[in-house]
Design a protein around this ligand. Structure first.
Ligand code: AMP
Ligand code: ZN
Length: 114
């Protein structure tokens, strides 16, 4: 979608530190990391929020979770673990309106988050 920063990353119109890519998913380092490992995973398809998921989008979320596990392995997190979170709309802290999941690791992450 024109004007969407994450679509622009998918289309290589703006640079990103890409760590994983397949036909449906892109993963790249967050520009403003809040943990030593902070990677964003997105469907390449523009879906604004989780509320916009259609029947045909169910599969891509499974693919995204598999990609997250692959990325976590690649980052050496299999023993220590990681957090995978998504924010939905303003109340959930979503700033970029293109569905994305944050993969966080590398420090002790508290629960519940602040
Ligand atoms: P959220 O608050 O869940 O919408 O998270 C959006 C995330 O995208 C934030 O952690 C930002 O630091 C990150 N972000 C925004 N623009 C870029 C970009 N061009 N490259 C990498 N990460 C970005
Ligand atoms: Zn988009």
């Amino acid at each position: 979608m024109q004007g969407c920063v994450f679509c622009r990353i998918v289309n290589r119109e703006i640079p990103a530190d890409v760590v994983y890519e397949d036909d449906h998913i892109l993963a790249f380092r967050d520009i403003n990391p809040v943990a030593p490992v902070h990677i964003l995973l997105i469907p390449k398809k523009h879906i604004p929020t989780l509320f916009d998921l259609g029947e045909g989008d169910v599969q891509v979320l499974g693919q995204l979770h598999k990609a997250a596990v692959q990325v976590a392995r690649d980052q050496g997190l299999e023993e220590r673990g990681f957090r995978l979170v998504t924010n939905c709309l303003e109340g959930g802290g979503q700033v970029v309106p293109h569905v994305h999941y944050h993969l966080l690791a590398g420090r002790n992450l508290k629960w519940p988050p602040g």
